[in-house]
Design a protein around this ligand. Structure first.
Ligand code: VG1
Ligand code: CO
Length: 578
Protein backbone atom coordinates (compact mmCIF):
# COMPACT_ATOMS: atom_id res chain seq x y z
CA UNK A 1 0.00 0.00 0.00
CA UNK A 2 0.97 3.61 -0.28
CA UNK A 3 -0.12 6.41 2.03
CA UNK A 4 -2.23 9.03 0.34
CA UNK A 5 -2.29 12.64 1.47
CA UNK A 6 -5.83 13.99 1.73
CA UNK A 7 -6.78 17.61 2.16
CA UNK A 8 -9.09 18.46 5.01
CA UNK A 9 -10.48 21.39 6.94
CA UNK A 10 -10.67 21.73 10.73
CA UNK A 11 -13.74 21.02 12.86
CA UNK A 12 -14.58 23.13 15.89
CA UNK A 13 -14.82 21.56 19.29
CA UNK A 14 -12.44 18.58 18.99
CA UNK A 15 -11.27 19.29 22.52
CA UNK A 16 -10.89 16.14 24.66
CA UNK A 17 -12.80 16.46 27.94
CA UNK A 18 -12.33 14.70 31.30
CA UNK A 19 -11.94 11.44 29.41
CA UNK A 20 -11.41 11.92 25.69
CA UNK A 21 -13.45 13.33 22.82
CA UNK A 22 -17.13 12.48 23.29
CA UNK A 23 -19.82 13.52 20.81
CA UNK A 24 -22.94 12.24 19.15
CA UNK A 25 -22.36 9.54 16.52
CA UNK A 26 -23.83 11.95 13.97
CA UNK A 27 -20.97 14.36 14.73
CA UNK A 28 -18.34 11.62 14.39
CA UNK A 29 -19.87 10.51 11.08
CA UNK A 30 -19.16 13.86 9.39
CA UNK A 31 -16.61 13.61 6.57
CA UNK A 32 -13.04 13.34 7.92
CA UNK A 33 -14.09 14.00 11.53
CA UNK A 34 -12.41 10.85 12.87
CA UNK A 35 -9.52 11.24 10.41
CA UNK A 36 -8.81 14.78 11.63
CA UNK A 37 -8.74 13.82 15.30
CA UNK A 38 -6.62 10.72 14.80
CA UNK A 39 -4.16 12.53 12.52
CA UNK A 40 -3.92 15.37 15.06
CA UNK A 41 -3.07 12.79 17.72
CA UNK A 42 -0.34 11.27 15.54
CA UNK A 43 1.01 14.77 14.78
CA UNK A 44 1.09 15.54 18.50
CA UNK A 45 2.91 12.27 19.21
CA UNK A 46 5.36 13.15 16.39
CA UNK A 47 8.55 11.03 16.55
CA UNK A 48 6.93 8.38 18.75
CA UNK A 49 4.80 7.17 15.83
CA UNK A 50 7.40 5.74 13.43
CA UNK A 51 7.74 1.98 13.93
CA UNK A 52 5.38 1.97 16.91
CA UNK A 53 2.65 -0.42 18.02
CA UNK A 54 -0.76 1.14 18.65
CA UNK A 55 -3.76 -0.53 20.31
CA UNK A 56 -7.26 0.22 18.99
CA UNK A 57 -10.45 -1.13 20.61
CA UNK A 58 -13.28 -0.21 22.90
CA UNK A 59 -16.59 -1.02 24.48
CA UNK A 60 -18.13 -2.18 21.20
CA UNK A 61 -20.63 0.63 20.87
CA UNK A 62 -22.20 1.57 17.55
CA UNK A 63 -19.68 3.05 15.05
CA UNK A 64 -16.68 1.33 16.71
CA UNK A 65 -16.20 -1.08 13.83
CA UNK A 66 -16.10 1.74 11.27
CA UNK A 67 -13.76 3.82 13.41
CA UNK A 68 -11.35 0.88 13.87
CA UNK A 69 -10.97 0.41 10.10
CA UNK A 70 -10.33 4.14 9.63
CA UNK A 71 -7.76 4.26 12.43
CA UNK A 72 -5.92 1.20 11.03
CA UNK A 73 -5.54 2.90 7.65
CA UNK A 74 -4.38 6.20 9.16
CA UNK A 75 -1.95 4.43 11.46
CA UNK A 76 -0.43 2.55 8.51
CA UNK A 77 0.08 5.74 6.51
CA UNK A 78 1.68 7.48 9.49
CA UNK A 79 4.40 4.84 9.89
CA UNK A 80 2.92 2.73 12.70
CA UNK A 81 4.38 -0.79 12.46
CA UNK A 82 1.59 -2.76 14.08
CA UNK A 83 -1.99 -2.19 15.22
CA UNK A 84 -3.34 -4.45 17.99
CA UNK A 85 -7.08 -5.02 18.10
CA UNK A 86 -9.08 -6.99 20.66
CA UNK A 87 -11.27 -9.63 19.01
CA UNK A 88 -14.46 -8.03 17.65
CA UNK A 89 -12.92 -4.65 18.45
CA UNK A 90 -13.62 -5.19 22.13
CA UNK A 91 -11.35 -4.29 25.03
CA UNK A 92 -12.49 -2.76 28.28
CA UNK A 93 -10.76 0.47 29.31
CA UNK A 94 -8.89 -1.33 32.13
CA UNK A 95 -7.96 -4.15 29.74
CA UNK A 96 -6.48 -1.61 27.31
CA UNK A 97 -4.41 -0.23 30.15
CA UNK A 98 -3.22 -3.76 30.98
CA UNK A 99 -2.44 -4.49 27.31
CA UNK A 100 -0.32 -1.34 26.98
CA UNK A 101 1.59 -2.14 30.15
CA UNK A 102 1.99 -5.92 29.90
CA UNK A 103 1.47 -7.29 26.40
CA UNK A 104 4.56 -7.88 24.29
CA UNK A 105 4.94 -8.33 20.54
CA UNK A 106 6.95 -11.03 18.77
CA UNK A 107 10.22 -9.24 19.45
CA UNK A 108 9.35 -8.28 23.01
CA UNK A 109 8.15 -4.79 22.04
CA UNK A 110 5.40 -2.98 23.90
CA UNK A 111 2.64 -0.73 22.63
CA UNK A 112 3.22 3.03 22.56
CA UNK A 113 -0.38 3.88 23.27
CA UNK A 114 -4.01 3.20 22.48
CA UNK A 115 -7.10 4.70 20.96
CA UNK A 116 -9.95 3.63 23.24
CA UNK A 117 -13.30 3.83 21.49
CA UNK A 118 -15.92 4.54 24.12
CA UNK A 119 -18.23 7.14 25.56
CA UNK A 120 -18.20 5.16 28.81
CA UNK A 121 -21.53 5.36 30.62
CA UNK A 122 -23.29 7.38 27.90
CA UNK A 123 -25.85 5.51 25.76
CA UNK A 124 -24.82 4.13 22.35
CA UNK A 125 -26.50 3.79 18.96
CA UNK A 126 -26.91 5.82 15.75
CA UNK A 127 -28.39 8.78 17.65
CA UNK A 128 -26.36 8.42 20.83
CA UNK A 129 -22.73 8.92 21.81
CA UNK A 130 -19.34 7.80 20.56
CA UNK A 131 -15.92 8.70 21.82
CA UNK A 132 -12.18 8.42 21.21
CA UNK A 133 -9.65 8.64 24.01
CA UNK A 134 -5.89 8.34 23.67
CA UNK A 135 -3.88 6.58 26.38
CA UNK A 136 -0.10 6.78 26.61
CA UNK A 137 2.85 4.45 27.41
CA UNK A 138 2.05 4.11 31.11
CA UNK A 139 -1.43 2.82 30.23
CA UNK A 140 -3.19 5.94 31.52
CA UNK A 141 -5.19 8.68 29.81
CA UNK A 142 -3.13 11.31 28.00
CA UNK A 143 -2.20 14.19 30.27
CA UNK A 144 -3.45 17.70 29.59
CA UNK A 145 -0.14 18.73 27.99
CA UNK A 146 -0.79 16.18 25.21
CA UNK A 147 -4.55 16.68 24.87
CA UNK A 148 -4.03 20.46 24.63
CA UNK A 149 -1.53 19.86 21.85
CA UNK A 150 -3.95 17.54 20.02
CA UNK A 151 -6.71 20.12 20.33
CA UNK A 152 -4.58 22.94 19.01
CA UNK A 153 -3.57 20.82 15.99
CA UNK A 154 -7.23 20.01 15.23
CA UNK A 155 -7.86 23.75 14.88
CA UNK A 156 -5.43 24.19 12.00
CA UNK A 157 -5.23 20.73 10.42
CA UNK A 158 -4.94 20.83 6.62
CA UNK A 159 -4.19 17.25 5.65
CA UNK A 160 -4.16 13.67 6.87
CA UNK A 161 -2.43 10.49 5.66
CA UNK A 162 -4.37 7.37 4.88
CA UNK A 163 -3.47 3.97 3.39
CA UNK A 164 -6.62 3.52 1.33
CA UNK A 165 -5.13 0.44 -0.35
CA UNK A 166 -5.48 -1.60 2.84
CA UNK A 167 -8.72 -3.60 2.72
CA UNK A 168 -10.97 -3.73 5.79
CA UNK A 169 -9.47 -6.22 8.24
CA UNK A 170 -11.61 -9.04 9.67
CA UNK A 171 -11.55 -8.19 13.38
CA UNK A 172 -13.86 -11.06 14.29
CA UNK A 173 -11.07 -13.65 14.02
CA UNK A 174 -7.83 -13.78 16.03
CA UNK A 175 -4.73 -13.69 13.84
CA UNK A 176 -2.34 -11.43 11.97
CA UNK A 177 -3.01 -9.63 8.69
CA UNK A 178 0.28 -8.65 7.05
CA UNK A 179 0.72 -5.79 4.59
CA UNK A 180 3.69 -4.11 2.99
CA UNK A 181 3.96 -0.37 2.86
CA UNK A 182 6.59 2.12 1.70
CA UNK A 183 8.49 1.89 4.99
CA UNK A 184 8.24 -1.90 5.36
CA UNK A 185 5.82 -4.40 6.86
CA UNK A 186 2.60 -3.31 8.56
CA UNK A 187 0.60 -5.82 10.61
CA UNK A 188 -2.82 -5.85 12.17
CA UNK A 189 -2.93 -8.32 15.06
CA UNK A 190 -6.32 -9.40 16.38
CA UNK A 191 -6.07 -11.13 19.77
CA UNK A 192 -8.26 -12.55 22.53
CA UNK A 193 -9.71 -9.55 24.37
CA UNK A 194 -9.60 -11.20 27.79
CA UNK A 195 -6.25 -13.01 28.04
CA UNK A 196 -3.96 -10.21 29.26
CA UNK A 197 -6.51 -8.90 31.72
CA UNK A 198 -7.41 -12.30 33.17
CA UNK A 199 -3.72 -13.10 33.64
CA UNK A 200 -3.26 -9.86 35.56
CA UNK A 201 -6.28 -10.45 37.82
CA UNK A 202 -4.94 -13.91 38.69
CA UNK A 203 -1.68 -12.32 39.83
CA UNK A 204 -3.48 -9.85 42.08
CA UNK A 205 -6.21 -11.88 43.79
CA UNK A 206 -6.45 -15.23 45.55
CA UNK A 207 -8.75 -16.94 43.04
CA UNK A 208 -8.88 -20.06 45.26
CA UNK A 209 -10.34 -18.12 48.18
CA UNK A 210 -12.91 -16.38 45.96
CA UNK A 211 -13.83 -19.70 44.35
CA UNK A 212 -14.50 -21.17 47.81
CA UNK A 213 -16.79 -18.28 48.67
CA UNK A 214 -18.68 -18.59 45.37
CA UNK A 215 -19.10 -22.33 45.90
CA UNK A 216 -20.95 -21.84 49.22
CA UNK A 217 -24.63 -22.44 48.55
CA UNK A 218 -25.67 -19.52 50.79
CA UNK A 219 -23.53 -17.09 48.76
CA UNK A 220 -25.50 -15.72 45.85
CA UNK A 221 -24.34 -13.07 43.42
CA UNK A 222 -25.69 -11.01 40.54
CA UNK A 223 -23.39 -9.21 38.10
CA UNK A 224 -24.97 -6.77 35.64
CA UNK A 225 -22.76 -5.64 32.73
CA UNK A 226 -25.62 -3.51 31.33
CA UNK A 227 -24.71 -4.96 27.90
CA UNK A 228 -21.32 -3.27 28.01
CA UNK A 229 -17.93 -4.84 27.40
CA UNK A 230 -17.62 -6.04 31.03
CA UNK A 231 -19.79 -9.01 30.04
CA UNK A 232 -16.97 -10.83 28.25
CA UNK A 233 -14.67 -10.47 31.28
CA UNK A 234 -17.42 -11.48 33.69
CA UNK A 235 -18.07 -14.66 31.70
CA UNK A 236 -14.36 -15.53 31.60
CA UNK A 237 -13.48 -14.64 35.20
CA UNK A 238 -16.57 -15.32 37.28
CA UNK A 239 -17.94 -18.30 35.37
CA UNK A 240 -14.97 -19.96 33.65
CA UNK A 241 -12.20 -19.24 36.16
CA UNK A 242 -14.14 -19.02 39.43
CA UNK A 243 -16.90 -21.54 38.58
CA UNK A 244 -19.72 -19.17 39.51
CA UNK A 245 -23.23 -20.16 38.52
CA UNK A 246 -23.78 -18.75 34.98
CA UNK A 247 -27.18 -17.61 36.26
CA UNK A 248 -25.36 -14.97 38.33
CA UNK A 249 -24.68 -13.01 35.11
CA UNK A 250 -27.16 -10.42 33.91
CA UNK A 251 -26.96 -8.48 30.60
CA UNK A 252 -23.48 -9.85 29.94
CA UNK A 253 -23.69 -9.97 26.14
CA UNK A 254 -22.17 -6.75 24.74
CA UNK A 255 -24.50 -4.84 22.42
CA UNK A 256 -23.83 -1.88 20.14
CA UNK A 257 -26.68 0.07 21.74
CA UNK A 258 -26.44 -1.48 25.22
CA UNK A 259 -29.91 -2.92 24.67
CA UNK A 260 -31.28 0.61 24.41
CA UNK A 261 -30.23 1.35 28.00
CA UNK A 262 -27.95 3.78 29.71
CA UNK A 263 -24.83 1.75 30.63
CA UNK A 264 -24.31 3.65 33.87
CA UNK A 265 -24.01 1.57 37.05
CA UNK A 266 -26.05 3.55 39.55
CA UNK A 267 -29.36 3.20 41.33
CA UNK A 268 -31.22 4.97 38.52
CA UNK A 269 -29.92 3.21 35.42
CA UNK A 270 -29.04 -0.31 36.64
CA UNK A 271 -32.77 -0.88 37.14
CA UNK A 272 -32.94 -4.64 36.74
CA UNK A 273 -30.13 -5.31 39.21
CA UNK A 274 -31.44 -2.74 41.69
CA UNK A 275 -34.83 -4.43 41.60
CA UNK A 276 -33.35 -7.90 42.11
CA UNK A 277 -31.27 -6.66 45.05
CA UNK A 278 -34.40 -5.48 46.83
CA UNK A 279 -33.69 -1.78 46.28
CA UNK A 280 -36.36 -1.16 43.66
CA UNK A 281 -39.73 0.50 44.07
CA UNK A 282 -41.52 -2.83 44.38
CA UNK A 283 -40.61 -6.02 46.24
CA UNK A 284 -38.28 -8.36 44.30
CA UNK A 285 -39.63 -11.63 42.87
CA UNK A 286 -37.17 -13.68 44.93
CA UNK A 287 -34.97 -13.26 48.00
CA UNK A 288 -32.20 -10.89 46.80
CA UNK A 289 -28.66 -12.21 46.29
CA UNK A 290 -26.00 -11.62 48.96
CA UNK A 291 -23.90 -9.55 46.60
CA UNK A 292 -24.64 -7.48 43.52
CA UNK A 293 -22.47 -5.44 41.21
CA UNK A 294 -22.66 -3.59 37.91
CA UNK A 295 -20.32 -1.98 35.39
CA UNK A 296 -20.54 0.84 32.87
CA UNK A 297 -20.14 0.48 29.10
CA UNK A 298 -16.33 0.36 29.08
CA UNK A 299 -16.13 -1.54 32.41
CA UNK A 300 -14.03 0.96 34.31
CA UNK A 301 -16.86 1.86 36.71
CA UNK A 302 -18.49 -0.34 39.31
CA UNK A 303 -21.46 -0.30 41.61
CA UNK A 304 -21.37 -2.50 44.71
CA UNK A 305 -24.58 -3.65 46.40
CA UNK A 306 -25.46 -5.91 49.26
CA UNK A 307 -28.86 -7.47 49.86
CA UNK A 308 -31.19 -4.43 50.11
CA UNK A 309 -28.09 -2.30 50.63
CA UNK A 310 -26.22 0.29 48.56
CA UNK A 311 -22.51 0.95 49.10
CA UNK A 312 -21.53 4.49 48.15
CA UNK A 313 -18.46 4.56 45.93
CA UNK A 314 -16.73 6.86 48.44
CA UNK A 315 -17.26 4.27 51.18
CA UNK A 316 -16.25 1.46 48.85
CA UNK A 317 -12.74 2.80 48.21
CA UNK A 318 -12.29 3.50 51.93
CA UNK A 319 -13.37 -0.03 52.84
CA UNK A 320 -11.12 -1.58 50.18
CA UNK A 321 -8.18 0.48 51.49
CA UNK A 322 -8.92 -0.51 55.09
CA UNK A 323 -9.06 -4.24 54.25
CA UNK A 324 -6.68 -4.60 51.30
CA UNK A 325 -3.57 -5.81 53.10
CA UNK A 326 -5.20 -8.82 54.75
CA UNK A 327 -7.59 -9.76 51.95
CA UNK A 328 -5.70 -9.20 48.69
CA UNK A 329 -2.32 -10.84 48.04
CA UNK A 330 -1.16 -8.01 45.71
CA UNK A 331 -1.18 -5.63 48.71
CA UNK A 332 0.36 -7.92 51.30
CA UNK A 333 3.49 -5.77 51.62
CA UNK A 334 1.30 -2.76 52.53
CA UNK A 335 -0.16 0.22 50.68
CA UNK A 336 2.15 2.89 49.28
CA UNK A 337 -0.52 5.52 49.74
CA UNK A 338 -4.13 6.27 48.85
CA UNK A 339 -5.83 8.99 46.84
CA UNK A 340 -9.29 10.26 45.99
CA UNK A 341 -10.70 12.89 43.67
CA UNK A 342 -11.74 16.14 45.33
CA UNK A 343 -15.53 15.65 45.23
CA UNK A 344 -15.21 12.12 46.65
CA UNK A 345 -16.14 11.96 50.34
CA UNK A 346 -13.48 12.10 53.03
CA UNK A 347 -14.15 8.50 54.17
CA UNK A 348 -10.80 7.56 52.65
CA UNK A 349 -9.05 10.39 54.51
CA UNK A 350 -10.11 8.91 57.85
CA UNK A 351 -8.74 5.48 56.90
CA UNK A 352 -5.48 7.01 55.66
CA UNK A 353 -5.06 8.83 58.94
CA UNK A 354 -5.85 5.79 61.07
CA UNK A 355 -3.49 3.55 59.09
CA UNK A 356 -0.85 6.25 58.72
CA UNK A 357 -0.90 6.15 54.91
CA UNK A 358 0.20 8.82 52.45
CA UNK A 359 -2.92 10.56 51.19
CA UNK A 360 -3.67 12.72 48.12
CA UNK A 361 -6.67 14.71 46.92
CA UNK A 362 -6.66 15.26 43.16
CA UNK A 363 -9.01 16.81 40.59
CA UNK A 364 -11.76 14.75 38.94
CA UNK A 365 -10.56 12.32 36.27
CA UNK A 366 -8.26 9.34 36.47
CA UNK A 367 -5.23 10.90 34.78
CA UNK A 368 -4.19 12.66 37.99
CA UNK A 369 -3.77 9.36 39.85
CA UNK A 370 -1.38 8.03 37.22
CA UNK A 371 1.50 10.36 38.07
CA UNK A 372 1.25 9.40 41.77
CA UNK A 373 1.23 5.71 40.90
CA UNK A 374 4.16 5.99 38.47
CA UNK A 375 6.10 7.66 41.28
CA UNK A 376 5.24 4.83 43.70
CA UNK A 377 3.18 7.09 45.96
CA UNK A 378 -0.27 5.53 45.67
CA UNK A 379 -1.70 2.00 45.64
CA UNK A 380 -5.48 2.40 45.94
CA UNK A 381 -7.64 5.25 44.72
CA UNK A 382 -11.20 6.11 43.91
CA UNK A 383 -13.81 8.58 42.78
CA UNK A 384 -17.36 9.15 43.97
CA UNK A 385 -18.54 8.52 40.38
CA UNK A 386 -18.36 4.73 40.79
CA UNK A 387 -14.66 4.57 39.97
CA UNK A 388 -12.25 2.49 42.03
CA UNK A 389 -8.84 1.12 41.23
CA UNK A 390 -5.22 0.50 42.04
CA UNK A 391 -1.73 0.78 40.66
CA UNK A 392 -1.99 -2.55 38.82
CA UNK A 393 -2.97 -0.39 35.80
CA UNK A 394 -3.56 3.31 35.14
CA UNK A 395 -7.34 3.35 34.77
CA UNK A 396 -10.14 2.70 37.17
CA UNK A 397 -11.24 -0.89 37.01
CA UNK A 398 -14.79 -2.17 37.41
CA UNK A 399 -14.08 -5.92 37.52
CA UNK A 400 -11.10 -5.37 39.83
CA UNK A 401 -13.38 -3.58 42.31
CA UNK A 402 -15.78 -6.53 42.31
CA UNK A 403 -12.91 -8.98 42.82
CA UNK A 404 -11.65 -6.75 45.66
CA UNK A 405 -15.06 -6.94 47.34
CA UNK A 406 -15.30 -10.69 46.75
CA UNK A 407 -11.84 -10.99 48.35
CA UNK A 408 -12.93 -8.99 51.39
CA UNK A 409 -16.10 -11.06 51.69
CA UNK A 410 -14.06 -14.28 51.35
CA UNK A 411 -11.61 -13.04 53.99
CA UNK A 412 -14.30 -11.99 56.46
CA UNK A 413 -16.05 -15.34 55.96
CA UNK A 414 -12.94 -17.52 56.05
CA UNK A 415 -14.17 -19.11 59.27
CA UNK A 416 -17.76 -20.19 58.55
CA UNK A 417 -19.93 -18.61 61.25
CA UNK A 418 -22.73 -21.14 61.69
CA UNK A 419 -24.02 -20.83 58.14
CA UNK A 420 -24.67 -17.10 58.37
CA UNK A 421 -22.41 -15.02 56.18
CA UNK A 422 -20.82 -11.72 57.13
CA UNK A 423 -22.70 -9.61 54.59
CA UNK A 424 -21.81 -6.52 52.56
CA UNK A 425 -24.04 -4.52 54.90
CA UNK A 426 -22.28 -5.93 58.00
CA UNK A 427 -18.91 -4.90 56.58
CA UNK A 428 -20.07 -1.37 55.81
CA UNK A 429 -21.80 -0.85 59.17
CA UNK A 430 -18.72 -2.12 61.00
CA UNK A 431 -16.63 0.30 58.99
CA UNK A 432 -18.86 3.24 60.00
CA UNK A 433 -18.65 2.22 63.64
CA UNK A 434 -14.87 2.23 63.47
CA UNK A 435 -14.25 5.27 61.30
CA UNK A 436 -17.47 7.28 61.41
CA UNK A 437 -19.74 7.78 58.43
CA UNK A 438 -19.68 10.29 55.61
CA UNK A 439 -23.23 10.86 54.47
CA UNK A 440 -23.00 11.61 50.79
CA UNK A 441 -25.13 12.40 47.79
CA UNK A 442 -24.64 13.81 44.31
CA UNK A 443 -27.24 15.74 42.32
CA UNK A 444 -26.75 15.88 38.54
CA UNK A 445 -28.56 18.40 36.37
CA UNK A 446 -28.01 17.05 32.85
CA UNK A 447 -28.29 18.87 29.56
CA UNK A 448 -28.74 22.31 31.11
CA UNK A 449 -28.31 25.37 28.89
CA UNK A 450 -24.55 26.01 28.79
CA UNK A 451 -24.93 29.75 29.41
CA UNK A 452 -27.19 29.21 32.42
CA UNK A 453 -24.71 26.74 33.90
CA UNK A 454 -21.88 29.23 33.48
CA UNK A 455 -23.93 31.95 35.15
CA UNK A 456 -24.70 29.70 38.11
CA UNK A 457 -21.01 28.98 38.57
CA UNK A 458 -20.17 32.68 38.35
CA UNK A 459 -22.84 33.41 40.96
CA UNK A 460 -21.23 30.86 43.32
CA UNK A 461 -17.78 32.36 42.84
CA UNK A 462 -19.15 35.80 43.64
CA UNK A 463 -20.80 34.43 46.81
CA UNK A 464 -17.38 33.24 47.92
CA UNK A 465 -16.08 36.79 48.06
CA UNK A 466 -18.15 37.32 51.22
CA UNK A 467 -18.38 34.26 53.45
CA UNK A 468 -19.99 36.27 56.33
CA UNK A 469 -22.94 37.03 54.01
CA UNK A 470 -23.15 33.37 53.04
CA UNK A 471 -23.32 32.44 56.72
CA UNK A 472 -26.05 35.00 57.30
CA UNK A 473 -28.10 33.39 54.53
CA UNK A 474 -27.47 29.92 55.96
CA UNK A 475 -28.64 30.96 59.42
CA UNK A 476 -31.83 32.41 57.89
CA UNK A 477 -32.56 29.18 56.02
CA UNK A 478 -31.70 26.81 58.86
CA UNK A 479 -30.03 27.92 62.11
CA UNK A 480 -29.03 24.34 62.92
CA UNK A 481 -26.61 24.06 60.00
CA UNK A 482 -22.94 24.79 60.71
CA UNK A 483 -21.21 27.87 59.30
CA UNK A 484 -19.01 27.89 56.22
CA UNK A 485 -15.38 28.24 57.27
CA UNK A 486 -13.94 28.62 53.80
CA UNK A 487 -14.98 28.90 50.18
CA UNK A 488 -12.66 28.43 47.25
CA UNK A 489 -12.12 26.99 43.79
CA UNK A 490 -10.12 23.78 43.99
CA UNK A 491 -6.66 24.00 42.50
CA UNK A 492 -4.16 21.15 42.30
CA UNK A 493 -0.42 21.21 42.05
CA UNK A 494 0.81 17.80 40.93
CA UNK A 495 3.46 16.75 43.47
CA UNK A 496 5.30 14.76 40.80
CA UNK A 497 5.55 17.06 37.77
CA UNK A 498 4.60 20.36 39.39
CA UNK A 499 1.84 21.09 36.87
CA UNK A 500 -1.06 23.18 38.16
CA UNK A 501 -4.75 22.56 37.35
CA UNK A 502 -7.08 25.42 38.23
CA UNK A 503 -10.88 25.82 38.45
CA UNK A 504 -11.47 22.20 39.43
CA UNK A 505 -14.68 22.83 41.34
CA UNK A 506 -16.27 25.37 43.66
CA UNK A 507 -16.12 24.34 47.31
CA UNK A 508 -17.89 25.48 50.45
CA UNK A 509 -16.14 23.92 53.44
CA UNK A 510 -18.17 23.95 56.67
CA UNK A 511 -16.89 24.20 60.23
CA UNK A 512 -18.17 20.70 61.07
CA UNK A 513 -16.39 19.11 58.12
CA UNK A 514 -19.43 19.15 55.82
CA UNK A 515 -18.82 20.14 52.21
CA UNK A 516 -20.75 21.44 49.23
CA UNK A 517 -19.02 21.16 45.88
CA UNK A 518 -20.26 22.40 42.52
CA UNK A 519 -18.61 21.61 39.21
CA UNK A 520 -19.42 21.30 35.53
CA UNK A 521 -19.05 17.92 33.90
CA UNK A 522 -16.32 17.42 31.33
CA UNK A 523 -17.74 14.27 29.76
CA UNK A 524 -21.10 15.35 28.34
CA UNK A 525 -21.73 15.51 24.62
CA UNK A 526 -24.48 18.13 24.60
CA UNK A 527 -25.28 21.22 26.71
CA UNK A 528 -23.86 21.35 30.22
CA UNK A 529 -24.18 19.07 33.22
CA UNK A 530 -24.02 20.64 36.69
CA UNK A 531 -22.87 18.33 39.46
CA UNK A 532 -23.60 19.17 43.07
CA UNK A 533 -21.86 17.06 45.72
CA UNK A 534 -23.11 17.12 49.31
CA UNK A 535 -21.31 15.57 52.23
CA UNK A 536 -21.61 15.46 56.01
CA UNK A 537 -19.47 13.63 58.54
CA UNK A 538 -20.89 11.82 61.57
CA UNK A 539 -18.39 10.32 63.99
CA UNK A 540 -20.95 9.41 66.68
CA UNK A 541 -21.41 5.63 66.17
CA UNK A 542 -24.97 5.81 67.52
CA UNK A 543 -25.97 8.14 64.68
CA UNK A 544 -24.27 6.53 61.69
CA UNK A 545 -27.29 4.33 60.90
CA UNK A 546 -29.81 6.98 59.81
CA UNK A 547 -31.06 7.34 56.21
CA UNK A 548 -28.62 9.28 54.08
CA UNK A 549 -31.22 11.52 52.39
CA UNK A 550 -32.69 12.35 55.83
CA UNK A 551 -29.29 13.23 57.30
CA UNK A 552 -28.45 15.39 54.30
CA UNK A 553 -31.79 17.18 53.82
CA UNK A 554 -30.75 20.39 55.63
CA UNK A 555 -27.53 20.70 53.57
CA UNK A 556 -29.39 19.97 50.34
CA UNK A 557 -31.79 22.83 51.07
CA UNK A 558 -28.88 25.18 51.74
CA UNK A 559 -27.11 24.12 48.54
CA UNK A 560 -30.16 24.65 46.32
CA UNK A 561 -31.02 28.02 47.87
CA UNK A 562 -27.47 29.39 47.93
CA UNK A 563 -26.87 28.43 44.32
CA UNK A 564 -30.36 29.54 43.14
CA UNK A 565 -30.39 26.27 41.22
CA UNK A 566 -33.98 26.47 40.07
CA UNK A 567 -33.78 30.13 39.08
CA UNK A 568 -30.68 29.57 36.92
CA UNK A 569 -31.55 26.20 35.39
CA UNK A 570 -35.33 26.13 35.43
CA UNK A 571 -35.10 22.68 37.00
CA UNK A 572 -37.02 21.95 40.18
CA UNK A 573 -35.25 18.61 40.61
CA UNK A 574 -32.07 16.94 39.37
CA UNK A 575 -31.92 14.46 36.48
CA UNK A 576 -30.15 11.84 38.59
CA UNK A 577 -29.45 11.51 42.30
CA UNK A 578 -26.68 9.12 43.35
C1 VG1 B 1 -17.16 11.97 35.11
C2 VG1 B 1 -16.93 11.68 36.58
C3 VG1 B 1 -15.45 11.50 36.85
C4 VG1 B 1 -14.90 10.39 35.91
C5 VG1 B 1 -15.22 10.74 34.48
C6 VG1 B 1 -14.79 9.66 33.52
O1 VG1 B 1 -16.52 13.17 34.77
O2 VG1 B 1 -17.44 12.71 37.39
O3 VG1 B 1 -15.24 11.19 38.19
O4 VG1 B 1 -13.51 10.28 36.06
O5 VG1 B 1 -16.62 10.92 34.32
O6 VG1 B 1 -15.38 8.43 33.80
P1 VG1 B 1 -17.30 14.57 34.66
O7 VG1 B 1 -16.28 15.54 34.16
O8 VG1 B 1 -18.43 14.32 33.72
O9 VG1 B 1 -17.80 14.86 36.03
V1 VG1 B 1 -15.71 7.37 32.55
O10 VG1 B 1 -16.24 5.90 33.21
O11 VG1 B 1 -16.77 8.28 31.72
O12 VG1 B 1 -14.25 7.20 31.75
CO1 CO C 1 -16.34 4.37 31.98
Amino acid sequence: FVGAVRETTPYDGQKPGTSGLRKKVTVFKQPHYVENFVQATFNALSEKVQGSIIVVSGDGRYFSKDAIQIIIKIAAANGVKEVWVGQNGLLSTPAVSAVIRDRVGRHGEKATGAFILTASHNPGGPHEDFGIKYNTENGGPALESLTDKIYSITKTIKEYYIAEGIPDVDIGKCGTSAFTGPSGPFNVVVFDATEDYVKLMKQIFDFGAIKNLLSRPEFTFCYDALHGVAGIYAQKIFVEELSANPGFLLNCVPKEDFGGGHPDPNLTYAKELVQRMGLGKTAPAAEPPEFGAAADGDADRNMILGRRFFVTPSDSVAIIAANAVGAIPYFKAGLKGVARSMPTSAALDVVAKALDLKFFEVPTGWKFFGNLMDAGMCSVCGEESFGTGSDHIREKDGIWAVLAWLSILAHKNRVPAGGKLVSVEDIVRQHWETYGRHFYTRYDYENVDAGAAKDLMAHLVSLQSSIPDVNKMIKEINPNVACVAKGDEFEYKDPVDGSVSKHQGIRFLFEDGSRLVFRLSGTGSEGATIRLYIEQYQSDASKTGIESQVALAPLVEIALKLSKMEAFTGRSSPTVIT
